[in-house]
Design a protein around this ligand. Structure first.
Ligand code: ADP
Length: 405
């Protein structure tokens, strides 16, 4: 069956087409077709490619309200040259959507119904940028692929198993009763990485304690015991935790009170600072992209060096916290853009994890092509680099869920 996946972010809309059997194996399949829309202010870039190596690229100036039609145009490239891959939309069996926030009630992959859409919309108050983009994707897919089943897969779902001591904020208990709790994100890839790591090590997932470090534009760590999430660094929203591209992660909430009192900062200004002007970008002043930060640091840019140092420091303390939640660790996984590609980040991070018994082989680290192990044979902890497979994991959930329909 051909499964189309839509992965909506706040500033990107990615899509991929997979062909999966009704009982898919655990081995990720490469996509038949991929599309990516990216927005930077009013500049939009579109990049589409298919498995035959055909490509389509375009740049345009668009208003945010035009993003729906951009998404429809991107999806039409599935059956339009030069990237044509299917005859028409009827060939698509099911459409899967990554929905960032499932809130308190949505955690299992589920067929999209009007009630599910309503529930996703209600959670938009917590994760406005991401959930609204997810709903837009659902609407467009309903128009382009009428009567085809659509499946919502939630980034928060995997962390549902966190014990109350990890999930409840130590504010008033009433917060928890109102749904203000730690949810955690990147669950689709954290779960995939735990299973992939177990397979690479030749163990059952049930016998392993794993720390998964998802380091992309957004970054989070997960503590996974016997295949279940027991702790994670992101919380009520994707703002908590380790340092990221444009988000700072853990900051003292007292700073926000201070800015409101001293600078009369508005909610929108704080939202903007926390989501778009902090993290690697905020500290370096250079870029949110680790490649640019590393290049500037290499040219002795002091703020870029500081940004890198804070990123690594927060990662180390985050890993130590996850190890404590697990009561030990068998494997650490590096995944997503930075985790897969930056030998510098892995080297600097692991350099202070000797107390956990972590020892990496620098030769293997610097040449790492995921999926691969980079720890030495003496290391007490396996260190693995694993390619993120969010979209394929969503496609597999779609195949599983619709198998019996
Ligand atoms: P997203 O969270 O949007 O899915 P990705 O997982 O693609 O993001 O990660 C994007 C980030 O990966 C970029 O912002 C960049 O910082 C980082 N990255 C990609 N390639 C490299 C590289 N070779 N070295 C360092 N960082 C890299």
């Amino acid at each position: 069956m051909k499964i189309l996946v839509l992965n909506s972010g706040s500033s990107t809309q990615k899509s991929a087409l997979f062909e999966l059997g009704s009982d898919p194996s655990d081995q990720p399949a490469p996509p038949l077709w991929e599309g990516k829309l990216e927005w930077d202010g009013d500049k939009e870039t579109l990049a589409v490619k298919n498995a035959n190596g055909k490509k389509f690229n375009a740049e345009a100036v668009v208003q945010p309200k035009d993003r729906r039609s951009s998404l429809a145009k991107m999806l039409q490239k599935l059956w339009q040259p030069p990237t044509q891959t299917i005859r028409d939309g009827s060939e698509i069996a099911v459409i899967g959507h990554r929905i960032v926030h499932g809130g308190p009630n949505l955690y299992q992959p589920t067929i999209v119904t009007p009630e599910v859409k309503q529930a996703i919309a209600e959670v938009s108050a917590i994760a406005p940028l991401h959930n609204k983009a997810g709903l837009q994707g659902i609407e467009i897919a309903e128009k382009l692929f009428p009567r085809k089943p659509q499946v919502a897969v939630f980034d928060t779902g995997f962390h549902r198993t966190m014990p109350p001591c990890a999930a409840v904020y130590p504010g008033p208990y009433e917060w928890f009763e109102r749904g203000i709790r730690r949810y955690g994100f990147h669950g689709i890839n954290h779960e995939y990485c735990a299973h992939r790591a177990a397979r690479m090590l030749g163990h059952e997932t049930s016998s392993l304690k794993i720390i998964s470090c998802h380091l992309g534009n957004g970054c989070s760590l997960a503590a996974i015991d016997a295949g279940k999430s027991v702790d994670t660094t992101m919380g009520f929203t994707p703002l908590e935790g380790v340092m990221m591209g444009t988000r700072g992660g853990w900051v003292d909430p007292g700073i926000l009170l201070h800015l409101m009192r001293a600078d009369h900062a508005s909610v929108d200004q704080l939202d903007d600072v926390l989501n778009r002007h902090s993290g690697l970008l905020g500290i370096s002043g250079v870029s949110s992209d680790m490649r640019d930060v590393l290049e500037a640091a290499g040219k002795n840019n002091e703020r870029a060096k500081l940004a890198f140092d804070i990123f690594v420091h927060r990662l180390q303390t985050g890993i130590a916290a996850m190890a404590a939640s697990l009561g030990g660790v068998d494997a650490i996984v590096f995944t997503a853009g930075i985790g897969e590609n930056s030998a510098e980040v892995r080297r600097a991070t692991c350099a202070r994890l000797g107390f956990l018994g972590v020892q990496i082989d620098e030769g293997k680290n610097s040449l790492a092509k995921p999926d691969v192990e980079i720890s030495t044979s003496k290391s007490a902890v396996h260190v693995l680099v694993i390619c993120a497979q969010e979209d394929w994991s969503i496609a597999r959930e779609c195949a599983r869920l619709t198998r019996t329909m």
